[in-house]
Design a protein. Structure first.
Lengths: 316, 298
């Protein structure tokens, strides 16, 4: 197990290295590179720009610059916002709770619902329900998240007046119930795509297990149908789904960005879009790198979890 | 000897047959969803091509007096927007843009993904590992974050958006192709052509590539669906196709503020996106069944 974890960890470190090189490349794609912030300010002469470039160390060889940037990334020195001078990492942490709240609640929702639909579809293969679930999932995958959010706001906030149309809480009322009321719509909207994906994978994962020998053995022993289903098939079918949770992280975060925009949810996605509007490059790069590292860690954890549940994986 | 003979016959089978065989076509046709998708997207494309000529108003024609007309009033089939422009005319023109961007991005990303996957799968070892780890590292970035950063840093234009979408969506295809190639690489027909002196590029593009056209077509179809969605997301957020050039995404950009008074402004483009994307997903699903390709795409 330790060997497996070390191996996985090494793999993640390699990926982190590659991710940082990509990030560094993107940083230099900005018009004028890291200098762009100063180039925009009025009355700036070429000579002054040159001086700043020297002070920032921009005339050193690129690998040296990259190394500086990378060490900053690792030790948590992510630079300061152009807008208010606060440390980038602090700003991101300030928005993390909202995003985690949204992402975790919608994951719980989609895992629950998706597993149910997937299991029902697999146990009733080619039934009317299975067919409907398949087509439904394909349509759900085709609906733009932000548009689904707009429709939900129109129906449930503007027409029915049941739910608030945005924000994480009402000013003056920050009770748990108030948070919950604000959370319902965004998390359902974000969950739409996830339910579709989860139910499809759950169905095929169930079907992969259903025909295996140990299931036949369990049936032959005369175990009750429900016991075979829950204790044998479902338990084994859920293992690859842990990996899926990790794989789906980028999609989930992208969806969160859009959902946060529609519902004015104060998370990382909103922070990112606001920073884009202000050309706040340190925060833009910070959020971009943060999401990539988040995905990397999520996948590492998922892999280790799978290996701890399923010893077969460790031997690969 | 037996295996060699077998492999040679599967090779020729796979090469001409399989993905183009009448069996495949029959399976596609019998796939009701796929045919529905094909009909839907044909209808959408046709409307977008000829639609603007059939309508009484041009897409840039501003009639302030006629602003916020609900669908069906006067000769505005789908109503008008905040400047009194005909929504139908804008929808069809936007459809041209969105579909062209989607298909162009698909072609580009399929090319990139196929070449990277082919090279990585064929050479394996160092080159293959480096390329696939690179692919993995691009996949670490959530697509929308990466897209928006690139779109904000680079000059936004329809061409640039297409390039950026392609640059952020080739990874799945690269993975599929490299996995397929890795399993084909050790086959006897590859050894045979290597022994007969074929060059690497000949083996890659003339021997191996024809065998994986099926999975590539499936993945490419699903990539169109995704590219259309992606363009809609980025344009909705204001960093994609820029007005006055309309796209389905940027039509929704300021629909949110008129949601209460003019809900059709939000409803119509969203339905158009959903229909187009659903069509491609249906077609992709049918093709997957017909070509019997295994693919990781949901």
């Amino acid at each position: 197990m330790l060997r497996f974890i070390l191996h996985r960890f090494g793999h993640s470190l390699l990926l982190l290295f590659l991710v940082s090189i990509l990030g560094f490349t993107i940083l230099h794609l900005a018009p004028g590179g890291p200098l762009s912030q100063f180039a925009l300010s009025p009355g700036m002469t070429q000579a002054e720009l040159h001086k700043i470039a020297e002070r920032m160390g921009l005339n050193r060889p690129l690998p040296v610059q990259w190394f500086d940037w990378f060490t900053g990334l690792v030790i948590g020195d992510w630079g300061h916002s152009f807008r208010d001078g606060r440390a980038v990492l602090d700003i991101i942490m300030g928005h993390l709770f909202a995003t985690l709240l949204l992402v975790i609640s919608s994951t719980i929702l989609s895992v629950g619902l998706g597993t149910l639909v997937g299991v029902l579809g697999a146990t009733r293969r080619y039934s009317a329900f299975d067919y409907l679930a398949t087509v439904g999932a394909m349509i759900a995958l085709s609906i733009p998240t932000f548009w689904f959010g707009l429709v939900a706001i129109y129906v449930f906030s503007l027409k029915l007046g049941w739910l608030p149309s945005g924000n994480m809480y009402s000013i003056g009322d920050e009770s748990v119930l108030d948070y919950a009321r604000h959370l319902i719509m965004p998390s359902c909207v974000l969950a739409l795509v996830q339910v579709a994906i989860w139910s499809r994978y759950m169905r095929s994962s169930m079907l992969d297990v259903i025909d295996q020998d140990f299931v036949r053995t369990a049936r032959a022993k005369g175990l009750a149908r429900s016991r075979v289903l829950y204790a044998h098939i479902l338990r084994n079918a859920l293992i690859p789904m842990i990996t899926l949770l990790g794989i789906q992280l980028p999609t989930l975060l992208s969806g969160a960005l859009v959902t946060e925009t529609v519902f004015t949810w104060p998370g990382i996605g909103r922070l990112f879009l606001d920073s884009l509007g202000y050309n706040d490059y340190p925060v833009i790069m910070g959020v971009l790198m943060f999401t990539a590292i988040f995905v990397l860690l999520g996948n590492l954890i998922a892999d280790i979890l799978v290996a701890s549940v399923d010893p077969r994986v460790r031997l690969e | 000897m037996m295996t060699t003979a077998n492999d040679v016959s599967t090779k020729s089978n796979r090469k001409q047959g399989r993905w183009m065989s009448s069996r495949g076509v029959r399976r596609f046709v019998s796939h009701r969803l796929a045919i529905t998708g094909l009909l839907m997207i044909s209808a959408v494309a046709l409307l977008c091509i000829v639609g603007p000529w059939l309508l009484p108003h041009g897409m840039l024609e501003i009639n302030i007096i006629d602003r916020f007309k609900p669908p069906g009033t006067d000769d505005y089939v789908l109503g008008t927007d905040e400047l009194g422009r005909d929504l139908a005319a804008r929808l069809f023109m936007a459809g041209r843009v969105s579909l062209i961007v989607g298909v162009a991005a698909m072609i580009l990303s399929t090319l990139i993904g196929t070449v990277i996957g082919l090279v990585a799968g064929y050479f394996g070892k160092v080159i293959g590992t480096v390329l696939m780890r690179f692919t993995d590292s691009v996949l670490c970035f959530p697509q929308i974050f990466l897209l928006l950063t690139l779109a904000a840093f680079l000059e936004p234009s329809a061409l640039m958006i297409t390039l950026i979408i392609a640059a952020t969506s080739w990874m799945e295809i690269a993975r599929i192709v490299s996995a397929e190639i890795r399993s084909l690489r050790e086959r006897d027909f590859v050894t045979a052509s290597r022994i007969s002196g074929a060059s690497h590029s000949w083996i890659m593009f003339r021997e191996l590539l024809p065998n994986i056209v099926g999975p590539i077509i499936v993945a490419a179809t699903l990539t169109v669906a995704r590219a259309i969605l992606t363009e809609a997301y980025v344009s909705f957020l204001g960093y994609g196709i820029q007005p006055p050039l309309p796209s389905w995404g940027n039509m929704l950009n300021n629909a949110q503020q008129y949601l209460d008074t003019a809900p059709w402004l939000a409803l119509v483009p969203g339905v158009a996106i959903t229909i187009a994307v659903t069509s491609f997903n249906f077609i992709g699903d049918g093709l997957r069944d017909a070509l019997d390709a295994r693919s990781d795409m949901p």
